[in-house]
Design a binder for this molecule. Structure first.
Ligand SMILES: Cc1cc2nc3c(=O)[nH]c(=O)nc-3n(C[C@H](O)[C@H](O)[C@H](O)COP(=O)(O)OP(=O)(O)OC[C@H]3O[C@@H](n4cnc5c(N)ncnc54)[C@H](O)[C@@H]3O)c2cc1C
Length: 364
């Protein structure tokens, strides 16, 4: 395919790529002219429905009706048509309780509409995200006082969150009027730095940035300047692998969650930033600005309850079952032992489907 890192496909994608709007088609041609390999970004988006419901380019917008194919519009909506499945909303899980021998989870304690409630299911699938799943396990009482599923002492450790930057390529002579610009990626630096050195990471477009978003980050700059910059910018996202480190941790302090993120591999982000700055200047954008995301945006949180082959070093087995409690599975970004350098949602979804298939065969 167009992407040099594209793996083998048993079947082609079911749908064609979301087409580039004209300013993005131009950016694609410019990057190609440098000998790079811009490729269409795989997206869970029904673009016609999306645009019919609102001309928003903001990719984090949580309610675009049926246009964004997420957990709710995809599998959840279908699952809820099954009369055996009930969804409890507004339920905040506080802690898990084990059976007296500690080998299984006997109850889930949660708060709903201000009331303390309890459930005692046969199987417990914890999927609260890498930070909150770790926090729930660490808060739950255990004989050794280290929380649940934690015989390896790894729960909460190896917290990873990509090292990433926003990069605005600005040409004051050309407007970027795209509504949905997030259609391109570049993996030329994914497997090496392009010169035989270490990998750098993935580059892809962000949802369209506007002046309000810039104002939230650069408060001193007048809004009309930021509006001008945003409307003349093509907005990129540079993403590099964060490596697992047991001292990069999620911890709990009473009801508070403490995030001690130790970033690693920052030299990859520096290398990718330098390479892309040079490329975008060579494409004709005289102004290229970049800013790393910090701990306020743990969007790609993972690690913390990793799977592995050895109970001494991992909380979960390769099917996400807790080594210490036979009826507990943790299925969210927490199970990832490494972060790779791509958005994690599809890898999490793929493992969730694999675990579901395993559960159907072994537990139901
Ligand atoms: C702004 C933004 C943009 C992103 N864009 C992309 C993208 O383009 N592509 C991509 O692949 N990834 C993207 N991601 C990352 C992606 O959303 C996450 O990797 C993915 O959703 C993680 O899945 P998860 O199952 O681990 O956790 P989540 O999807 O976060 O699910 C955890 C759920 O548990 C609930 N929960 C938490 N604590 C409790 C509790 N105590 N009790 C009850 N419920 C609880 C939460 O409300 C949530 O519904 C983006 C993330 C953000 C924030």
């Amino acid at each position: 395919g167009e992407d040099p890192t594209e793996p083998f496909h048993s079947i082609p994608y079911a749908f064609k790529p979301v087409p580039d709007e004209p300013p993005i088609a131009r950016a694609r041609a410019e990057l190609k002219s440098l000998g790079l390999h811009p490729a269409s970004l795989p997206l869970g988006v029904d673009i016609e429905t999306w645009l019919k419901e609102g001309k928003t380019g903001w990719d984090a917008f949580p309610n675009t009706g049926q246009g964004k194919i997420d957990a709710q519009t995809g599998p959840l909506a279908e699952a809820l048509t099954d009369p055996n499945i009930r969804l409890e909303t507004g339920a905040h899980v506080d802690w898990l309780e084990t059976a007296p021998d500690g080998k299984s989870i006997a109850a889930i304690h949660y708060t709903q509409d201000g009331a303390q409630k309890t459930l005692s299911p046969k199987l417990v699938i914890l999927s609260a995200g890498a930070i909150n799943s770790a926090a729930i396990l660490l808060r739950s009482p255990s004989s050794k006082g280290k929380g649940l599923a934690n015989g390896s002492d790894q729960v909460g450790r190896n917290f990873m969150n990509h090292n990433s930057s926003a990069m605005l390529a600005i040409d004051p002579r050309r407007r970027n009027d795209s509504v949905y610009q997030k259609t391109l990626m570049l993996n030329d630096y994914y497997l090496s730095d392009g010169k035989g050195g270490k990998p750098l990471g993935n580059v892809q477009l962000l949802g369209k940035i506007d002046g309000n978003m810039l104002k939230a980050n650069v408060k001193t700059m007048p809004k009309f300047v930021l509006d001008f910059m945003a409307s003349h910018a093509v907005d990129w996202y540079l993403m590099c692998e964060d490596l697992p480190d047991p001292e990069s941790r999620i911890m709990v302090d009473g009801k508070e969650i403490v995030m001690q993120w130790r970033r690693s591999n920052m030299q990859s982000l520096e290398g990718l930033t330098k390479a892309m700055r040079e490329n975008l200047r060579a494409c004709g954008y005289p102004i290229v600005l970049s800013r790393p995301f910090d701990k306020r945006t743990p969007s790609h949180q993972c690690g913390t309850v990793k799977m592995g082959n050895d109970p001494a070093t991992s909380p979960l087995d390769p099917f996400c079952r807790a080594w210490d409690h036979q009826n507990l599975f943790v299925v969210d970004g927490g199970f990832l032992p490494t972060s790779a350098a791509v958005n994690p949602a599809l890898s999490i979804a793929a493992q969730a489907l694999r675990v579901a298939d395993y559960l159907r065969r072994s537990e139901l």
